[in-house]
Design a protein around this ligand. Structure first.
Ligand SMILES: [Cu+2]
Length: 535
């Protein structure tokens, strides 16, 4: 590109061998497939003493109260601000938060009842809020250049001639960006299936470090049909936001930013271009927590909010038995019928709604949730201590939902192909879709409202691919049928090294400019996004 960006890109990414064995730019898909690395990214080591596992109680994020409700919907206010929290015992950690906590407060909504959230940015940098999985009009979907500027931030980007990757110039050159100062109202119609969504920062070039610092929260959509199923509820429904982090010696969250102020220069230092992994597993903000449970069924609403870490979860009793994880829902709501897993892979941004039954577990013993892809401390996630016998009138119906779309290949009006690969970019490494870095001004996909399309996606390393606005179904993986955990309606598909997958969706809901991108947050910040224009 004929501006200063090339220089910057080279400085930012052109640091040889940066992507390591897993993502060398010349790596072919078949070579990657043969190696099948279990992770993509590099792990930071904490410089503080880490606590023993299964001591901290599992926090449940507070449910936010609306500031007003009316026939038109509910209105919430969230202030984005710096706060300090004791995530590790005896260690004070500065965070960027929604409303002072990490995770941010949970918003509970009913299907079809609109929610407006007034976000106020009191952080030192611009922010953007995206409701992941929301069927949201484009103006409230958190396009990465639709910035909310903090007080005192210059109107024009402050870095003329100072390259900063693809970010600042695009802010300047994106005539469609709608920039506000201090506050912005995000309106969510929530006319969609009941499910677990999450909101997080989506600022151009700086999404990964912003989420890492704490800008993530849950948003649950419920409806009458789901309520009528008799699933475990109340205290037996637990949201679990799993996120890895690492801690510096001063207690702050370690992150290998090129510019730790997150003001000017995006990107991470060389070993971490594949993704940033931490050595501490937090669940709802607590390290390797424990939850005291009844000997009964629980509904676990699991979100992987990690930047780059994949997990393969299993639930293991003290006497070495593996408990079934009965999946009832995917990213975009209930499955048609339950799917039983012993091992449940979960990629960044994916959600799985699972039932676990503690009724056969001896009172006083534990069930540990383990990560088969981890090593050492990252093999452990959390534990349940089964504390007491209890009555349980919950059920897992054989039929969970009858409203899933029945798209067939023959419904598709077109088929598109996208590669997700490391690539040469201005003399350095980048993460590219179809060989191109993200550019807000470029039209990548234009489709008509209501069109059904099949997309064929192929990856070099792990890439969890997320489409805004729509849910999709997985048709195949590398020419074979989908995997058991591909069931239902997804908004994020985990592509494994060397893998090709086909998905099908209908682009309905709203017209406007949306995105699809890799949800490895570091890849996303390094240009692995593309425009999805619905006309
Ligand atoms: Cu990726």
């Amino acid at each position: 590109m004929p501006d200063g960006r090339g220089v910057t890109r080279r400085r930012m990414l052109g640091i040889g061998g940066a992507l390591g064995l897993m993502a060398a730019s010349g790596l072919s898909a078949s070579a990657a497939l043969a190696r099948r690395p279990s992770i993509t990214g590099a792990e930071l080591r904490s410089a503080v003493a880490l606590p023993p596992p299964f001591q901290a109680p599992l926090p449940i994020p507070a449910v936010l109260k609306p500031v007003s409700t009316s026939a038109e919907g509910d209105h919430y206010r969230i202030t984005q601000r710096e706060a300090r929290a004791e995530l590790l015992p005896g260690v004070t950690t500065p965070l960027w938060t929604y409303e002072g906590s990490f995770p941010g407060p949970t918003i509970e909504s009913r299907r079809g009842r609109p929610v407006t959230v007034t976000h106020r940015n009191e952080l030192p940098v611009p922010t953007v809020v995206h409701l992941h999985g929301g069927r949201t009009p484009a103006a409230s979907d958190g396009y990465p250049t639709d910035l909310v500027l903090p007080a005192g931030w210059p109107d024009a980007p402050s870095r003329p001639g100072h390259g900063s990757g693809h970010g600042a110039p695009h802010v300047m050159h994106d005539p469609r960006a709608v920039v506000t100062r201090l506050t912005r109202d995000y309106t969510f119609p929530l006319d969609q299936r009941a499910t677990l969504l999450w909101y997080h920062d989506h600022r151009m070039d700086f999404t990964a470090p912003a989420i890492w610092r704490g800008l993530a929260g849950l948003h649950i959509v419920r409806d009458d049909a789901e309520d009528a199923l008799g699933l475990p509820a109340g205290p037996r429904e637990l949201p679990l936001m799993i996120a890895d982090r690492a801690f510096a010696a001063d207690g702050s969250l370690a992150y290998p930013s090129l510019d730790p102020t997150l003001r000017e220069r995006p990107g991470v230092h060389e070993p971490y271009l594949g993704g940033v992994l931490g050595d501490v597993i937090l669940v709802n903000g607590a390290p390797w927590p424990v939850h005291e449970a009844d000997a009964a069924r629980y509904r676990l609403r699991i979100l992987n909010a990690s930047n780059a870490r994949h997990y393969e979860l299993e639930a293991v009793t003290d006497d070495g038995r593996r408990l079934d994880l009965v999946q009832i829902g995917a990213d975009q709501g209930l499955l048609a019928t339950p799917v039983t897993h012993r091992l449940l892979p979960i990629a960044p941004a994916e959600r799985y709604d699972v039932i676990i039954d503690f009724s056969g577990v001896p009172i006083g013993s534990r069930v540990r949730l383990l990560n088969r892809l981890g090593s050492g401390r990252t093999r452990e996630v959390m534990a349940f201590r089964v504390a007491r016998r209890a009555a349980d009138d919950s059920t897992i119906p054989r039929t969970l939902a009858t409203d899933l779309p029945a798209w067939r290949r023959t419904d598709a009006v077109r088929v598109r192909d996208f590669s997700f690969r490391a690539g040469r970019l201005h003399g350095g490494h980048g993460w590219l879709i179809g060989g191109l870095p993200f550019d807000p001004a470029r039209s990548d996909v234009t489709t008509r409202l209501g069109d059904v399309e099949v997309w064929r996606l192929i990856a070099d390393v792990h890439h969890p691919i997320h489409l805004h606005l729509v849910g999709f179904q997985v048709l195949s993986r590398s020419g074979r049928p989908p995997l058991p955990h591909d069931a239902g309606l997804k908004d994020t598909i985990s592509l494994r090294p060397g893998e090709a997958a086909e998905i099908i969706t209908r682009f309905d809901g709203y017209r406007g400019r949306y995105l699809f991108h890799c949800h490895n947050a570091e890849h996303e910040d390094m240009a692995m996004m593309a425009n999805l224009e619905i006309i």
